[in-house]
Design a protein around this ligand. Sequence first.
Ligand SMILES: C[S@@+](CC[C@H](N)C(=O)[O-])C[C@H]1O[C@@H](n2cnc3c(N)ncnc32)[C@H](O)[C@@H]1O
Length: 389
Amino acid sequence: MATAAEHLRHLIHREGPISFDRFVEVALYHPDGGFFTRGRGAGRVGGDFITSPQVGSLFGALVARAYDGWWDSLEQPDPFVVVEAGAGDGRLASDVARVKPRCAGALRYLLVERSPVLRDAQRERLPLEPADEALGGFRRVWGEDDPVPATGSGPVFATIDELPAVTFDGVVFANELLDNLPFAVARWDGERWQEVLVGTDDADGGRFVELLVPAREEDDAALRARVHGIDIAPGARLPIARGIDDWFRRCGEMLRDGWCCVIDYAATTAELLTRGDGWLRTYAGHGRGLSPLEAVGEQDITADVAIESLLQAALAGGWRLIEQQSQADWLAALGIDELVEAGRRKWRDGAAAGDLEALAGRSVVSEAAALTDRAGLGAHRVFLLYKGH
Ligand SMILES: C[S@@+](CC[C@H](N)C(=O)[O-])C[C@H]1O[C@@H](n2cnc3c(N)ncnc32)[C@H](O)[C@@H]1O
């Protein structure tokens, strides 16, 4: 079995230097040795970084309230299809199931996850049905061209490895997916944009090295539009969001009417330009990793999402931005403060006896602090998009 690094070296020898997004694609998702393919990623013990679902069950309880709100706004359809993209080990979906949202009876919940190891981990947490049951349970009705869905049989959970090739009305939700979609890297040379490619230095054991070529014309034009009016120094770098463009296009094809909610660390192009190349990071074992060209397959490679690129990709996919806010504000609107107050009361009332309810109450308080911390997860941006009539 070739490792991700060996695969990349073969690829570069065969085709010459490759774009950074292709490098990321192999490093994270190569079938044999990709970082996520091997089941690495979000999690506390044994994980590499913490995401909001991994903080505890509170995040799922609040996302369940959001699902109920979107279900109401779509006039309580049954089935109510929710696609969770980049669903990881299924922690969020199982926390949603635990609180039994009002929409549960109608809920068809499709977890989309590329990593086979993480899809197996989902099986430990959730009773998974075949994917066509989650989207289907349809029946033929005389006089109707399309099959009519059977109702009242939720919640049904299923998992697949990519966005389904069917169309439906409902919701797409993605927490910390966009920052992991392959991105290319552009560099400003003072006059025009260049693209960073990855080659190998054969004199140095095949070490991966950067090479610069003129950016494609369409990228150069898009980057110039993004930085219009901003002073940029030679050497400045920005991500080119190729994976995000493709993802929103596919989501737009899949969802006829409904909501798309994506949460991620995101910043404006002007903010990214103040970060040098600090917008491109690697993580492993709950710490910062090495250069992205090292330890291939052993570390996460991630980029702050450029807000302008996200919105442009969403617009091109047929989406309309309804709201953009911090995770702290979004969770406040979903009622996190009242859950914290209830948790505090339980802790006060039961602390002396040390009962389990009291401990759960204390946990809600500390989870809420982490989820709304404006220097951490609370600063994530929540983008709520709508497509339809
Ligand atoms: C940073 S993790 C977030 C996991 C989870 N949403 C959470 O918040 O804990 C990103 C996940 O997205 C998955 N992923 C990346 N690209 C994907 C794609 N195109 N389709 C489905 N899953 C994808 C990765 O394998 C990884 O499990």
